[in-house]
Every structure is written in C-alpha cells, then in structure tokens.
Design a protein around this ligand. Structure first.
Ligand code: G3I
Length: 331
C-alpha cells in the first residue's frame, strides 16, 4: 500500500515524524519503516540544548549530524527542534548564565546551531511553548529567558535565526491550542497577539506549529472555532504545521475498540485542519507505539501498552495509519 509520505506528497503536503537517535541506530527494521513512511525527520531530543551543549564551551553535533545524514540518505527533509525552550536546558545553564551574558549565550547558540545546518534544514522551532494562559497579562510563560532578557528574547531569537539561515522556515511552536475550553480560548488569543506583534515589527516568523498532543475524547474540539483560529493565523501570512501529533488514551480504560476511537480522532482532527490551505505539514511525535514518550508520561492504569501512533509495536500499520492515509487522500 502507498506509504504516508507519498499520499501526502500527492496533495502537496509533507508527512513526517519525530524519532530518537538511539532508536534509529539500533533498530534497523524501524529505521527502514521510518524512511518508507516519512518525508521528514524531526530529532526528538538531539537538537535540544541538553543534547548539544555538554559544557558551556562545547557543541556536540555527533548524534544530530548522524540523523541529518540519515535523513539525506533517505531523501527526507530535516526539521529542527528546538532553539529556545524553558526545558531540556543543561545543568550548567543555571550556574553560568545571568543577565550580563544571557543575550550573548542565546545568540551564540542560535548562530552556531543554525549555521551548522544552514541549507540542509527545512524549518526550525525557534521558540517553543512561550505562552501559558492566565499566568501573566500577555500570557508569557515565566522562563529563564523571560527572566534574563525580558519579552524581547523572542524577537531576538527569530532575528538571529533568520540571519544565520535565510532559507529555513522559522516556526513558533506551542501546545494546548487544539481543544475547546476556556484556557485554550485565552491561549489562542495570546498566541495570535504574539504573532501579530512579531509580524508588525517585521520579525521573521514564518509559521505556527501546533503540537497536537490530543486526548482520545471525541468531543474535545470545536470545528468552527478551530477553523476560525487557523484562518486568523493564515491571515497573518503564516503557514501552519501540525508538529507533534499523537493521541493519548488514558481515558479509554474500558474501551475494547480503542484503536477505532484513536483512529477516529486522527481522522476528525486531520480532515478538519487540512481544510485550511495554510496547513501543509503533518508530523506525528513518533511513528511506532514501541517508542512513544506517552509510555512514561501517560501510561494506562491497567498497565496495558498504549497505542497512540500510526504503527503498532511490531511496526504494523494500524487503524490510526489508515485514518491518516485517508485524511491525506481526501485533502
Ligand atoms: O537519554 C537519557 C538516558 O541516558 C537516561 O538514562 C534517562 C533517564 O531519565 O533519560 C534519558 O533522557 C530522557 C530523554 O527524553 C530521552 O529518552 C530525558 O530524561 C527525558 O526528559 C526526555 O524527554 C523528552 C522530553 O521532550 C523532554 O525533553 C521526550 O523524549 C520528548 O518526547 C519530549 O518531547 C516534547 C517536545 O520536545 C516539546 N513538546 C512536548 C513533547 C512531549 O513532552
């Protein structure tokens, strides 16, 4: 059967997934299946500060370079995740970085990492998860970056990345934008405000990444409000990427048809978002149920293995795979 990467490409879309170096280098069959299904590889952790910066002086590109090479060999695009985040910072960060050197540390990091992959990378998550509804007036999350540099850290990050690689698509990436509830409504407004402000100041931001870690409750989202939000983003002349999709099933303990329910969520969500022409990329946060962060983060109470991704633990295609395929076919 035609792989997801070709079905997506037939509609001018990109399908890809996140993966870990440790898995790609040790499971040959997984690596093969990955290259068959995916037109884009996202290193799940290997481009985070923690992975790249063993010491303040050193950059270690060994794992991410292996992945970039793997992507190239298999004709896959590479996506960078992530340059500015409040998590996955190395231990030395807190001890070494203060107000006097924070701007230098940030721009040096971005310059070095973005230049290293310039010309060979599709896009960068320049800033990840900077908004959290209700915490402050503009929704900016209290992060080391905000504390050290003030609100301008976001603008600084995008401008530095654009100068280091004028070709890469520069993305603001965030979560909890999918559902229909009071917090999401606030967060959508705050994300839109941030993007508008950046645009109006001429900051080179090119796309919004909507992570899409979604719960398997069919009533989770409101089609009209989600469509309206996507339209507003698109009207700012921004592309939209679905950057980290998977479907949590913590609440499906009783269900004996959980694969069908999960597939239904994929089908509903993707057909809805793919209606918006600005949405041109769909990435799942992993490819096989054998390797998913949700095993640790959101295990089932009954201990049964969870099934949030397109392929099962044996690398067989599941109903979720069919749902993604048909969402692409109908796009
Ligand atoms: O590699 C070490 C290993 O050597 C060590 O023995 C083990 C013990 O804890 O930890 C391993 O590192 C873990 C790493 O995943 C690799 O598995 C880290 O502790 C763990 O924190 C890290 O979690 C990652 C998390 O981001 C934090 O960076 C997840 O794999 C990754 O899926 C998750 O991805 C995030 C996106 O970046 C942003 N959006 C949400 C998404 C899910 O949380």
């Amino acid at each position: 059967d035609t792989p997801l990467r070709e079905r997506a490409a037939d509609k001018g879309l990109i399908y890809g997934a996140a993966a870990q170096h440790q898995v790609l280098t040790t499971n040959v069959e997984f690596a093969q299946r990955f290259a068959q299904e995916c037109a884009m590889l996202v290193p799940a952790n290997e481009l985070k500060w923690q992975a790249l910066r063993p010491t303040p002086e050193r950059f270690d590109f060994s794992r991410s370079d292996w992945m970039a090479n793997f992507a190239q060999r298999h004709n896959m695009l590479l996506r960078g995740h992530t340059l500015v985040w409040h998590r996955a910072l190395p231990k030395w960060f807190e001890e070494t970085v203060d107000r006097t050197n924070a701007a230098k540390v940030l721009t040096e990091h971005i310059n070095t990492v973005v230049q290293h992959y310039a010309g060979n990378i599709h896009s960068w998550d320049v800033v990840n998860e900077a908004i959290v509804p209700n915490k402050t007036k503009d929704g900016l999350r209290q992060t080391p970056w905000l504390r050290l540099l003030g609100v301008d850290y976001i603008e600084m990050a995008f401008r530095t990345a654009a100068a280091a690689d004028p070709q890469a698509l520069l993305v603001y990436n965030d979560n909890n934008l999918e559902y229909d509830n009071a917090k999401t409504a606030v967060k959508r407004t705050q994300v839109l405000k941030l993007l508008e402000r950046l645009k109006s100041r001429g900051v080179p931001v090119h796309a919004l990444g909507i992570q899409s870690h979604i719960g398997a409750s069919p009533q989770g989202f409101n089609a009209k409000k989600l469509r309206d939000f996507l339209k507003e983003v698109a009207s700012l002349d921004l592309k939209i990427l679905i950057t980290e999709m998977d479907v949590l099933e913590k609440n499906l303990l009783e269900a004996n048809n959980r694969d069908a329910i999960i597939a239904g969520v994929y089908q509903d969500y993707l057909s809805l978002v793919l209606d918006e022409p600005a949405v041109n990329t769909v990435i799942t946060w992993g490819l096989s149920d054998r390797y998913t962060w949700l095993t640790n983060f959101a295990p089932r109470q009954d201990g049964a293995p969870i099934r949030p991704l397109p392929l099962d633990a044996q690398l067989e295609r599941k109903l979720a795979w069919n749902a993604i395929a048909s969402a692409f076919d109908q796009a």
